[in-house]
Design a protein around this ligand. Structure first.
Ligand code: RBF
Length: 163
């Protein structure tokens, strides 16, 4: 199965054989750098759909910025008791903000905390590139689509739970 479209060099694909037709997933999307995060979202949805996840079982939460991804995931778990997992998508561009270190550290730790608290996969799909071009290269460009790769990670974790 192809995880992303175009001439991508990433090589990450979902190769599992378990059915995912009953999976319920929330994708939390940061609104900062929307040209990047929307492309990540499209890649994630396409990969989930290819694996059999139903469109009505892919829910979207939008949050203002990457910093709010962990609380977005927390609220999703609070509202939906039967989620298989969550994908968090964001983009923090290093050259454009001195807040880079604070935001990326906080998001990584926050996402890990929500995941361990709920004992469910909460996937870290946050780009931390040096430039807009590096982000574009990873949002459907030459290095693939990291949103699609985040979806592969989720599918693999759901499979792991079902062994
Ligand atoms: N959010 C992002 O997702 N990516 C960014 O590159 C980003 N840069 C920011 C730069 C500054 C100076 C500030 C104040 C916020 C930035 N945010 C960014 C938003 C942040 O994740 C969060 O939404 C806000 O700080 C509100 O809590």
């Amino acid at each position: 199965m192809s995880a992303s479209s175009g001439h991508d060099l990433s090589g990450i694909r979902y190769t599992g054989t378990n059915p995912h037709t009953a999976d319920r997933v929330v994708i939390v999307v940061a609104k900062w750098n929307p040209e990047i995060t929307e492309a990540l979202y499209e890649g994630a949805v396409a990969t989930l759909r290819e694996a059999g996840v139903r469109a009505e079982n892919i829910l979207r939460y939008s949050v203002p910025g990457s910093f709010e991804l962990p609380i977005g995931a927390e609220l999703a778990f609070k509202r939906h008791f039967n989620l298989d997992g969550i994908i968090c998508l964001g983009c923090v561009i290093q050259g454009e903000t001195r807040h880079f270190e604070f935001i990326s550290q906080a998001v990584a730790q926050g996402i890990m905390r929500v995941s361990l608290d709920h004992k469910k996969p909460v996937i870290f799909g946050v780009l931390t590139p040096d430039s807009q071009q590096q982000a574009l290269d990873r949002a459907g460009g030459k290095y693939g689509n990291k949103g699609a790769e985040a979806a592969v990670a989720l599918l693999e974790m759901v499979d792991l739970e079902r062994i």
